[in-house]
Design a binder for this molecule. Sequence first.
Ligand SMILES: N[C@@H](CCC(=O)N[C@@H](CS)C(=O)NCC(=O)O)C(=O)O
Length: 246
Amino acid sequence: MAQEPHVIFYDLILPNEPGVVWSPNTCKTRFTLNYKGIPYKTVWLTFFEVHSEIPKLTKSGRKPSVPVIVDKLNGDKVVQDSWEIAKYLDEAYPDTPRLFNNDFGTQLFFYNYATKHIVFQVFKLVLPNLLHGCGDMKEWFITSREAIFGTSLENVRGNPEEQAKILAENLEPIGTVLKEYPYVNGHQASWSDIMLAAYLHLLFSFRPDLFNTLVLNHQKNGKQLNDWWKRMEKLYIKMNLPSESL
Ligand SMILES: N[C@@H](CCC(=O)N[C@@H](CS)C(=O)NCC(=O)O)C(=O)O
């Protein structure tokens, strides 16, 4: 009989888009587990369930969020936050492909760059899709995001054409690196690649048209980004859809 996976991975589902693996934060962990070849079982939660279920696991008083993993091989160790999970898995599973090579500072720098300048731009472009996906959680989503941003979501969204142009510009320095090296950090794949792939996956999931024009056919670095994406698909981007893993 097949062994039950020992890592339980909490991911986010949109009620109106039940077959879509979309969340950029949880995809960082999903791709990490795929890359390392660590078997896992996905537990799908809605936003409301994140708030009711995650505090029962973390018992930390920390704001409920996913990804969270529970590692049954290590005394039901609970780890919250994609960055903490990545570091934990590198240490706990040293025989699997590594994400960090004592280069936490530069990888954290790239993490901050990509979070501010890549995924936030993608978020603005897919906002209508997310709102649709939220279904009856839409009003909650709007109110809670507007409280975070301190302004209306219409303001955050801005002009989609301008936002698309900014995303393409923000991808330029990354494409420049990929002209010289196969991966963001050089010759080896690392956490930075996983994170970038997870962030761009949000665009891929909801706006494949924009993913094609802005990433795969990027005005300056389309070839590099295209080749890199193909490498990523081989390494990490294996999906198990909600219906398959429930
Ligand atoms: N820095 C965190 C961010 C986690 C995060 O914001 N996750 C979102 C899902 S994409 C969440 O759980 N949100 C719950 C909420 O907004 O109430 C990480 O990388 O894990």
